[in-house]
Design a binder for this molecule. Structure first.
Ligand SMILES: Nc1ncnc2c1ncn2[C@@H]1O[C@H](COP(=O)(O)OP(=O)(O)O)[C@@H](O)[C@H]1O
Ligand SMILES: [Mg+2]
Length: 387
């Protein structure tokens, strides 16, 4: 399943956007244009739907409350609206449509209430839920919860709730893995920074583990040609999980290295690739180009695609990026790019225009055609003290 359309109203810096999405979504835009906020809406749906510690109230509270979430440009309209369409496959008609509107109750407790919630089964043309329902009117408490988070009310659209609950966000921070011992065990909920990455590998059945690491090693060879025999190993004394690989170099006695000796970029790529092979749900990736040499960044799209192709289930991925090198790759489908443009009236989200698609199919790259529009407008006029 994949999200093929996203409509937002008053979500953080997005006052109104409506975009179609594909199997990969490259979210580009200047600093602070809302790339992370764009991904966050899907983490928010996950936080509502997830089985443990889920729910609308907590999801809003964890983000600092409605005053932080509601778009500052929203003026009178107090409602935040999220609407998604979901398809089984890219380029096939949508099968589900889910809308959720919510706002602040405006009384002392500052609870959040559901202003509307709607689930449409588009295959059978049936509206499975249309709130407010009678129960919402007779018992106002009902309106503090969505039906996504209630297993007794989401029976007919459990598939949809599960899809949201399994959304994964990954912004792997190599230092947190490398210095796990010194940092102690503290970890954020849902592990956004990939600290549990090695444990996830450890928990995977041995055969699957080996076959995944083999696939990863093969693809990773493009970036780290002297690395081989990537394998999982438990520390014999401490029992901690590790990855290690053999590095061939000019010395005759090539050496085994552990993940704390891998380069940051290698470790991040490893985490991303593992995630692509691991699940079937939507994967959100922040800036995969970080810590990587430009020549490798140029290959990222191919690396991702190669992993997606080898996976049992192909995950939809949303990728935020700044990188010109990444977007130079001519094998990226320009329809996969969503360009964010900050505006006085909230950030706009653009699909690639017909005109730009023509230029790109005529041989120009996304970096040449679309990226220049995603640069900060006044960059040239910046009066930097060291100039
Ligand atoms: N409720 C809101 N209304 C308007 N703007 C917001 C709101 N919440 C956050 N922002 C703005 O969003 C921007 C940060 O977006 P972010 O997604 O982190 O950007 P990026 O990832 O593209 O660098 C900041 O400029 C912040 O002021
Ligand atoms: Mg960001």
């Amino acid at each position: 399943m994949l999200i093929t359309r996203l409509v937002l109203k008053n979500w953080r810096n997005f006052k109104n956007i409506d975009v179609h999405l594909r199997e990969r979504v490259y979210v580009i835009g200047p600093n602070a244009s809302g790339k992370s906020n764009f991904l966050d809406v899907l983490r928010f749906l996950r936080d509502i739907a997830k089985a443990e510690g889920g729910g609308l109230q907590k999801a809003v509270k964890d983000r600092g409350g409605m005053t932080k979430l509601r778009c500052l440009m929203a003026r009178k309209d107090t409602e935040i609206l999220i609407e998604v369409e979901i398809s089984e496959r890219v380029d096939t008609p949508a099968t589900w449509k889910y809308s959720l509107g919510f706002r602040s109750e405006g009384k002392g407790a500052q609870r959040v209430i559901v202003s509307r919630e709607r689930v449409e089964d588009l295959v059978n043309g049936a509206v499975l839920l249309e709130r407010p329902v009678e129960a919402d009117k007779s018992d106002p408490e009902m309106r503090t919860q969505t039906h996504l988070e209630q297993i007794n009310t989401n029976k007919n659209f459990r598939e949809l709730a599960d899809f949201f609950a399994n959304v994964t966000y990954l912004h792997l921070v190599p230092q947190l893995l490398k210095h796990a011992d010194q940092l102690g065990g503290y970890r954020l909920e849902d592990d956004p920074f990939g600290q549990a990455f090695l444990e996830r590998i450890a928990k995977t059945p041995e055969k699957t583990q080996e076959s995944r690491l083999k696939k990863i090693e093969k693809v990773l060879r493009v970036c780290v040609p002297n690395m081989r025999d990537l394998r999982f190993k438990r520390d014999e004394i401490k029992g901690t999980p590790h990855l290690e690989a053999m590095y061939e170099h000019w010395r005759p006695e090539a050496g085994w290295q552990r993940e704390d000796q891998f380069s940051d970029g290698t470790l991040r790529l490893l985490g991303i690739m593992w995630s692509l092979l691991e699940g079937d749900s939507l994967l959100l990736l922040e800036e995969p180009e970080l810590s990587l040499n430009e020549d490798i960044v140029r290959q990222i799209h191919k690396l991702l695609w190669s992993m997606q192709r080898q996976a049992k289930y192909r995950r939809q991925i949303f990728i935020t990026t700044h990188s010109e090198a990444l977007l130079e790759d001519q094998s990226i489908d320009a329809r996969e790019v969503i360009r964010l443009e900050p505006n006085k009236n909230g950030t706009l989200a653009h699909e690639t225009s017909e005109e730009d698609l023509k230029l790109i199919s005529a041989g120009y790259t996304i970096s040449e055609v679309i990226l220049p529009k995603a640069k900060p407008a006044k960059m040239d006029q910046l009066n930097l003290p060291f100039q």
